[in-house]
Design a protein around this ligand. Sequence first.
Ligand code: TMP
Length: 211
Amino acid sequence: MSLFITFEGVEGCGKSVQAKALYRRLSQLAIPVVLTHEPGGTPLGMRIARWLKWTEGTDISPLTELLLFNASRAQSVTWIIQPNLENGKVVICDRYADSTTAYQGYGRGLDLEVVTAINNSATLGLKPDLTVLLDMPAEAGLARKGARKQDRFEQEDIAFHQRVREGYLKMATNDPQRWLVVDASQSKTKIAQIIWQRVSQLLSEWGLKRE
Ligand code: TMP
């Protein structure tokens, strides 16, 4: 029995902190768990991620972006996500296909049907059992990131980031069974508690809990 959990949200929402916290908690309970990240996760994926986030002086078209994120994803699904799920592990992924729908679909304005078709092909149709959306206003998330050097996405205007947030909220509303929407302005401890409540319930249902 396996469990596939993804974390999503706008820039600065705190999803990586929560993905790591969940990974630690499951490890402490001796539940076999793997934590991975998109874009990245594999050596090739990490190179693609660098191009996507830091390429300067080259215009990357929205379609190229869609394909590159999904190239990285296809590597992750094939070599990390699917094999570990088949081995009965919990797989936590910090961003997954919903990021592409939110950023390249709602953010960049690519046709949502095209985005979904390419996502489905890269993921081999593999969908998360649970997707945690750490929701907060785009302005607040960007403000949390502070003054350090911004990548290509962080440099986008506020309207882009607002479309991304709205896109996430639409997806969550359309599939409440899969999505857990958490107010990301709460304390880290409170957020971790809310996430753990849902995850431990799923673990019990799936017979994975060892507490
Ligand atoms: P992160 O490593 O900070 O999560 O950055 C990844 C960036 O890439 C973030 O700005 C969101 C963006 N992104 C997309 O635009 N589409 C995608 O499919 C993924 C996975 C990330």
